[in-house]
Design a protein around this ligand. Structure first.
Ligand code: UD1
Ligand code: MG
Length: 456
């Protein structure tokens, strides 16, 4: 008795006006279809089949999850689409049929649908809608709200009386494999659209003495599909708001919950304070008492307890230790590993660098392919010249070293522990431990010099 999912994703998505297949448009950084697949995986489904057609190759290439693909070369309707995805379905499986462009249905809602399935009962997701235009209408026995469900009529096939019904078909069905396999064969295309309607499954089930149990989502947005970029943006906001709410419930202060975006997973400690316009991409973690200033972007970043990230920082694929002080306007590119109490000031770019405890790079510097031990002080305008035009080289700076402002450290190069580099030096050989190394030209004063005056 395995759980199987069939996700329909062969449609074109004309209204997106896009080269990209609709189900690949991202919501919170992940394709719409990826959301549906992940929800399916969380149900421990033993198999997920995705029926694709338009842009099939692109869809296959772009989806990372392990699913079974089925091709529907001509879009002849939702029942026809499901028929393409039946490979491997067994009589005693419980099958959930859903759409790849409806990204936010909760796993708990799917679970409720699966739970009602028996050999003589199928589940159907329906919703009372203020405006059910475009949706199939749920037909109940005796036209009464508590009558048994006996069928679904599509908008285009509905009588004026049926159009007045407010209960809409959300499109998700749960059903025993044997009923799916046998009833699908009986569906024809004699209707207004000349399509094979999956919705005909309902009346056929009832004819076979199978009852239909309606399940409703907790929130209407769970059943919203994406047909246009406006709907995509609307669902993005719903999703981001939901995530913001979860963060706040978990002990994070958000200065404005409508101005934080999580495109991936953000884990956190307590008493985290996040100012406006923070974007978190991929897998990020912020520790206890982390404070984040406005307009910061994080991508696969880990921020240690007590660290402050000031305004306008971009931090990518990096790990920051505890009680650090970063920014404003710091750019940390991939491969930064900072120990505790590191200070990175304004307009500093750091790439692939290990920086030891208590070290500081306070102003206007580039530190790349470098290893700094603890308590190093890098003066303003220092550049690690890591690239010779062909290869990258490393700069190593020992504990307690002091690099004077506007120095160029030409890698590969080593600065010894407690060494001092005089301001304005270009260092291309080792600067020995504990000594002053300076390459500055001698200062002269020309006392006979006269400042030119303007010729009249
Ligand atoms: C369908 C339902 C309708 C329901 C609505 C909910 C049918 C006949 N109607 O209508 O009762 O209220 O969804 O949104 O099922 N698809 C394919 N291959 C096809 C046709 C469709 O893969 O040949 C896919 C589409 O990509 C889409 C989904 O199935 O993801 C639904 O198709 P769509 O044409 O949007 O169905 P509706 O007409 O909206
Ligand atoms: Mg349609």
């Amino acid at each position: 008795m395995a759980i199987r999912l069939i996700i329909l994703a062969a449609g074109k998505g004309t209204r997106m006006k896009s080269q990209l297949p609709k189900v690949l448009h991202p919501l919170a950084g992940k394709p719409l279809l990826g959301h549906v697949i992940d929800t399916g995986l969380s149900l421990n489904a033993s198999g997920i089949t995705v029926v694709i057609g338009h842009g099939a190759e692109k869809v296959k290439q772009s989806i990372e999850q392990n699913v079974q693909w089925a091709m529907q070369t001509e879009q002849l309707g939702t029942a026809h689409a499901v028929m393409q995805g039946l490979e491997g379905i067994q009589d005693d499986d419980t099958v959930l049929l859903t759409y790849g462009d409806v990204p936010l249905t909760r796993a708990s809602t799917y679970q409720k649908l699966l739970d009602v399935v028996t050999d003589s009962c199928i589940g159907l997701l329906t919703l009372q809608m203020d405006d059910p235009t475009g949706y199939g209408r749920i037909i109940r026995q005796g036209n009464s709200a508590d009558g048994d469900i006996i069928g679904i009529v599509e908008q285009k096939d509905a009588s004026p009386q049926q159009l007045a019904i407010k209960e809409g078909n959300c499109g998700v069905i749960s059903i025993r494999g044997k009923w799916l396999l046998s009833l699908l064969q009986q569906i024809g295309n004699d209707n207004a659209q000349g399509e094979y309607y999956l919705t005909d499954l309902i009346s056929l089930a009832v004819e076979n003495k199978v009852s239909v149990q309606a399940i409703h989502p907790d929130d209407a947005w769970e059943t919203d599909g994406v047909n246009s970029r406006v709907q995509l943006a609307t669902l993005e906001r719903v999703h981001q708001w939901n995530q913001a709410q979860t963060l706040m419930e978990g002990g994070v202060t958000l200065h404005d919950p409508s101005r934080v975006d999580i495109r991936g997973v953000l884990t956190h400690g307590t008493d985290v304070d996040i100012d406006i316009n923070a974007v978190f991409i991929g897998h990020c973690h912020v520790g206890n008492n982390v404070s984040i200033g406005p307009n910061c972007t994080f991508c696969n970043a880990t921020i240690g307890d007590g660290t402050t990230i000031k305004a306008n920082c971009v931090i990518e694929d990096s790990v920051i230790g505890e009680n650090g002080d970063i920014g404003p306007y710091a750019r940390l590119r991939p491969g930064c590993e900072f120990d505790d109490n590191v200070k990175i000031g304004n307009f500093v770019e750091v790439k692939k660098a290990r920086i030891g405890k208590g070290s500081k790079v306070n102003h206007l510097s580039y530190v790349g392919d470098a290893e700094l031990a603890e308590n190093v002080n890098v003066g303003a305008g220092t550049i690690t010249c890591n690239f010779d035009g062909a290869n990258k080289h490393k700069t190593e700076i020992g504990a307690g070293a002091f690099i004077g402002s506007n120095s160029a450290l030409v890698a590969p190069v080593v600065i010894g522990a407690n060494a001092t580099v005089g301001a304005g030096s270009t260092i291309s050989k080792e600067a020995p431990e504990g000594q002053l190394t300076v390459t500055r030209a001698k200062q002269t004063t020309i006392d006979s010099w006269k400042r030119p005056v303007k010729e009249s």
